[in-house]
Design a protein around this ligand. Structure first.
Ligand code: HEC
Length: 110
């Protein structure tokens, strides 16, 4: 009986360590970000496209055209807001705002 109790205690400890580790990793890599959009919509051709071109297309050739970006916009948006993308680098708050606010404005081909 004692053996079972201590085995259980070790299991609980191990599980607790695993969970706390996971939480820490998340806090380290994902910085919280809240979009702040002004009334003027960012331009797709002048701002959003060049930004995605330089920050994402190295790894995601599927984000090259307006149609591709537009149809993937909800996953692009959530990956930027969560901070999971761009992998390996980060965008400035202003750069995130340009992409996210353009998506929130209805993805105009402007
Ligand atoms: C250095 C390479 C690299 C760059 C740069 C990069 N990605 Fe990714 N992306 C990946 C890989 C690899 C995956 C596969 C899932 C993973 O490993 O997280 C991925 C997955 C994704 C996904 C799928 C969902 C998710 O969050 O896992 C989306 C959406 C995405 N990337 C969007 C973007 C956007 C938008 C940018 C630019 C702002 C970007 N990525 C820049 C490598 C990259």
């Amino acid at each position: 009986m004692k053996k079972i109790v201590s085995l259980f205690a070790v299991l609980v400890l191990f599980f607790a360590m695993f969970i706390s580790c996971k939480k820490k990793n998340k806090e380290d890599t994902q910085v919280s970000y809240t979009p702040s959009c002004s009334s003027s919509t960012p331009s797709f051709s002048a701002t959003v496209k060049p930004l995605i071109q330089s920050a994402c297309v190295n790894c995601h050739s599927e984000y090259s055209t307006y149609t591709q970006i537009s149809s993937s916009s909800s996953s692009i948006r959530s990956s930027i807001v969560s901070g999971s993308m761009p992998k390996g680098t980060t965008l400035s708050e202003g750069q995130k705002n340009s992409i996210v606010c353009w998506i929130d404005a209805g993805k105009p081909n402007n």
